[in-house]
Design a protein around this ligand. Structure first.
Ligand SMILES: Nc1ncnc2c1ncn2[C@@H]1O[C@H](COP(=O)(O)OP(=O)(O)OP(=O)(O)O)[C@@H](O)[C@H]1O
Length: 370
């Protein structure tokens, strides 16, 4: 997958931008607050129709504008695509591929996939399980449509069951449907656990090797899967997992009614991360945390490439800061497959990059090369 060209109109601090990109490495450099991250955000938006840092689309529109537009020429799955995103204040965003309006964001990710690494990704190691679950869900959804369906269904059923448990005392008749929701939750939950277990198994075969290279063999990364306690082997068949989930529901029925909360199911799952045998969340340094998070992201990109034959576009925002010289060099050497956009404040120090183009950004505009 290659983003060949990007045009921005009134997107964040870009009044107008046009850039032709290299199929290899693109270095976006400039001082702080000039628009480097904004450019990566625009590229990422073309694949997910969402931003990693904006809560509302309107934040992406230039302060003085009513509309913003992102356009791009993309080469993917042996074809050329023209992608377009139109954003407007007070109106629904519109997505287009080759001039045809798309119904959903999922259609975009069928054309362009990106893996973004940004400073906020330290949360992947440091924060609670929800962040790691989101990472797993995003990765697996891109690879397995059946998983995306099961996840959507699980979330629907979970919400219904939560409402039943919250309101059953005031409306006891709600309990009549509880068993049905329990069964559907266990059925879809078993599918989620099965897929997550396989993905984590593959991630465990890939990410530790990357991390080991990163740290010059000094650090050992270990990943694990924590799910519902009664599930003895998450790699077992969906049928076996289903029985074990139903068993967990049975033993927690009274507690759920008392707590008025959903206590049983994979919505509490976690991907555990250990460094040299210790919980990374509590003990890893800033640099180690960054290295571990980056190893997870790079591993997910490699798995995507192995499954689909296509490299997702890699967007590395401010990845080099806080890494020592050796780790920096490792990152720059490791990113040798597919297209990469990497932001940094200085052009110097990137001599290891043999191929590609550099773009100097200043005040939301491309500084022309001399
Ligand atoms: N909707 C918007 N309209 C206009 N300008 C915006 C908008 N949103 C953000 N900006 C401006 O964009 C600039 C930030 O750009 P960006 O985050 O891309 O910086 P950066 O070059 O990545 O900087 P750093 O090196 O500090 O990470 C800020 O000056 C901010 O005020």
């Amino acid at each position: 997958m290659i983003v060949q060209r990007v045009e921005l109109d009134q997107f964040r601090n870009y009044a107008r931008f046009e850039g032709e990109f290299d199929p290899g490495i693109n270095v976006i450099y400039g001082e702080n607050a000039q628009g480097k991250t904004n450019l990566l955000e625009a590229v990422a938006y073309l694949s997910t129709a969402s931003s990693h840092r904006a809560r509302y689309d309107r934040e992406l529109i230039g302060f003085d504008a009513d509309h913003a537009r992102i356009r791009a020429g993309v080469f993917s799955r042996d074809r050329d695509f023209q992608l377009e995103v139109r954003l407007g204040r007070g109106v629904r965003r519109q997505l287009y591929a080759n001039g045809v309006r798309l119904k959903s964001a999922a259609e975009l990710s069928g054309i362009l996939n990106t893996v973004l690494f940004c400073p906020e990704d330290l949360h992947l190691i440091r924060e609670g399980a929800a962040v790691r679950r989101r990472f797993l869900d995003e990765c697996i959804c891109q690879l397995r449509p059946r998983y995306a369906e099961a996840l959507a269904e699980y979330r629907r059923v979970y919400e219904h069951k939560t409402r039943i448990l919250r309101d059953w005392e005031e409306h006891p008749s709600l309990l009549d449907t509880l068993e049905e929701f329990n069964l559907r939750m266990a059925q879809t939950g078993a599918v989620l656990i099965h897929y997550r277990a396989y993905f984590i198994k593959r991630l465990s075969e890939t990410a530790p090797l990357i991390h080991q290279d990163f740290s010059g063999g000094r650090e050992e990364l270990e990943l694990g899967y924590e799910t519902v306690r009664t599930v003895t082997d998450p790699l077992a068949s969906v049928r076996t997992i289903l029985e074990q989930l139903l068993e967990h529901q049975r033993t927690h029925r009274k507690a759920e009614l008392e707590a008025r909360q959903c206590l049983s199911g994979p919505h509490k799952d976690d991907l555990t991360v250990q460094l040299n045998g210790m919980n990374a969340k509590s003990f890893a340094s800033q640099g180690q945390t960054r290295t571990a998070a980056l190893s997870l992201k790079l591993a997910s990109r490699e798995l995507f490439q192995r499954d689909t034959g296509e490299w997702p576009v890699l967007l590395l925002d401010d990845v080099l800061s806080e890494l020592d010289q050796r780790r920096q060099e490792f990152v720059l050497q490791r990113i040798n497959g597919g297209q990469v956009f990497i932001t940094c404040c200085e052009e110097t120090g990137l001599d290891t990059l043999q191929r590609g183009r550099t773009f100097h950004i200043h005040g939301g505009a491309l500084v022309p090369e001399e």
